[in-house]
Design a protein around this ligand. Structure first.
Ligand SMILES: [Zn+2]
Length: 528
């Protein structure tokens, strides 16, 4: 967990600051362990090299990947990516995302299993989205407005500017602070917030004020640039307007507990005025209608935060009310999808199938919604123990070529492994190899690859795939342990004469990767 990294006193102080993850606002100088960083010391206003910011981001991302609430859900991930990649393309076209920045930064968005409404940008192009945000927004356009804002904090180098300001403390101390802020955003309660107010009154008000003034400019800039990026990407400007209204309403209600986003992105009068000025330039239009695909993704996010049996019951109950028939198709799709997911989570397969049948019988769904329903059908089959049926639902011949997306590939590989048939394991391994050649940083795909090799009894490749998964999660220590285990196995097999030609090639890859990883770990250790 994030919180384990910092002493409680420091964590408390992070809570006091209010959480401003994107803007990294430490108020009082933290008693930094000065010998903590051997990276170049950055003077005030000095340009922070992209590589330094990226490494700082990696040190934070590594902790996020270890957090039990980090979630790689390929279905929600694909939905998020469909928005994110469109925004990146727009930022690129508008010159906000320079080729150098694009190449040097990660541009990865992590899903966090947390029901509060939040999104944050970290150094080096790492971003995070809470599931609560996905279940709270009404359209892809609203989600795009938040993501475009965060994207703009990164492309405008707001984080680098803050690091320069706080340069004396060194980048890695900054990393620890950011983690502390993340932890505080996850755990803040009403009582800690009132303690925060008390502490600010108690003498730090001036420091807080000067920092917040700076952040307000950045917020306005991120709004302005983000608005251009999202509308340039083809999203409806109305999505920005309605999202802003949602945040404003929550702000008026002082609903900071479920909206940590408001603490990191306060609704200042200047921001509101900017938004109103933008809105006045727009022709009056109705809010963007919720699509069935969005309604289902929103429902999925709601169930994946594991809200408890009572909430599951109420989700299912909503699909059985008398008003259901008069609801929009999107609303019906969302309710039936949520009810299926909720019953699936409780392993009530009979009930889940009933909701799924009703979902499948909705006619006239858009293509992307049909895909989402098919994935859920396969997910239910696999979870209920019929892996072969899941395979036949997802195999390339059953799926449109354009639908060979990550979620389909990952679920197909899981289903093939789930059949426990070595031949299916072999097919899964070769299909995953194609994917991994194009996406070598996909840790979950490496883990599935390891299971596929295990099914074939190929221990050497299985251990190497496990090692790669750890390396892609930036946990070089754990990766090295696995690579060494693989090396040992290769020696043993050579002695026994059981290492074939392909095995020898694998062994030389393992040797080379071991050397690379040792170098990376040395760098990682130096930065601590
Ligand atoms: Zn912001």
């Amino acid at each position: 967990m994030f919180s384990s990294l910092l002493p409680p006193r420091l964590l408390h102080r992070m809570g006091v600051l209010g959480v401003c993850v994107a803007l990294l606002l430490p108020v009082a100088p933290v008693q930094a362990q000065a010998n903590n960083s051997r990276l170049p010391n950055l003077g005030d206003g000095a340009e922070v090299p992209l590589g330094v910011e990226r490494r700082l981001g990696e040190s934070i991302a590594r902790e996020i990947y270890r957090d039990p609430d980090y979630l790689d859900d390929p279905v929600l991930g694909d939905y998020l990516q469909s928005i994110w990649q469109t925004l990146l393309a727009s930022a690129r076209q508008r010159g906000e995302l320079t080729p150098e920045l694009e190449q040097q930064f990660a541009w990865e968005v992590a899903l966090i299993r947390d029901r509060s409404i939040n999104a944050f940008a970290l150094p080096g192009g790492y971003l995070g989205v809470h599931l609560g945000l996905i279940s709270a927004v009404s359209s892809a356009d609203e989600l795009a407005s938040v993501l475009a804002h965060e994207l703009s904090h990164v492309t405008q180098r707001h984080i680098a500017r803050m690091i320069s300001q706080q340069g004396k403390q060194g980048p890695m101390v900054m990393g620890a602070m950011i983690l502390g802020m993340l932890a505080a955003s996850r755990t803040a309660s009403a009582s800690s917030m009132s303690a925060a107010n008390a502490a600010i009154m108690g003498g730090q008000a001036v420091a807080v004020q000067s920092q917040l003034n700076f952040s307000r400019d950045m917020e306005r800039e991120a709004d302005r640039v983000g608005y251009g990026v999202m509308t340039g990407a083809g999203f409806e400007p109305q999505g920005f307007v309605t999202m802003f209204e949602k945040l404003q309403q929550a702000s008026r209600l002082n609903d900071n507990g479920s909206f940590p986003y408001l603490r990191s992105h306060p609704m200042t009068t200047a921001r509101i005025a900017d938004a109103q000025a933008r809105q006045q330039l727009l022709p009056p239009r109705a809010p963007v209608a919720t699509s069935p695909t969005h309604a289902m993704m929103s429902a999925r996010a709601q169930v994946l935060v594991k809200p408890g049996v009572d909430v599951f019951r109420s989700i299912a109950a909503q699909a059985n009310t008398t008003t259901f028939a008069s609801a929009t198709k999107a609303k019906q799709a969302g309710l039936l999808y949520g009810a299926t997911m909720a019953e699936l989570d409780q392993r009530n397969f009979v009930a889940a199938r009933q909701y799924l049948l009703r979902l499948q019988s909705l006619s006239g769904l858009e293509l992307s919604a049909v895909r989402v329903v098919r994935l859920l059908t396969a997910e239910l089959a696999l979870t209920a123990g019929d892996a072969s049926q899941a395979v036949s639902l997802l195999e390339p011949k059953a799926v449109l070529p354009s639908a060979a997306d990550r979620a389909t590939r990952m679920l197909l590989a899981r289903s093939r492994v789930g059949t426990q048939k070595p031949l299916q394991g072999q097919t899964a391994a070769s299909e995953l190899t194609v994917w991994l050649n194009q996406h070598p940083r996909d840790a979950s795909a490496w883990l599935l690859q390891a299971s596929a090799y295990e099914l074939q009894g190929d221990g050497l490749r299985a251990i190497r795939a496990q090692a790669e998964a750890r390396a892609m999660e930036l946990d070089y220590g754990a990766a090295l342990d696995r690579f060494k285990a693989a090396q040992l196995l290769a020696y043993q097999m050579t002695r026994e004469g059981s290492l074939d030609r392909a095995g020898h090639m694998e062994a030389s890859i393992i040797d080379a990767r071991l050397r690379e990883l040792e170098k990376l770990r040395r760098e990682q250790t130096l930065e601590r």
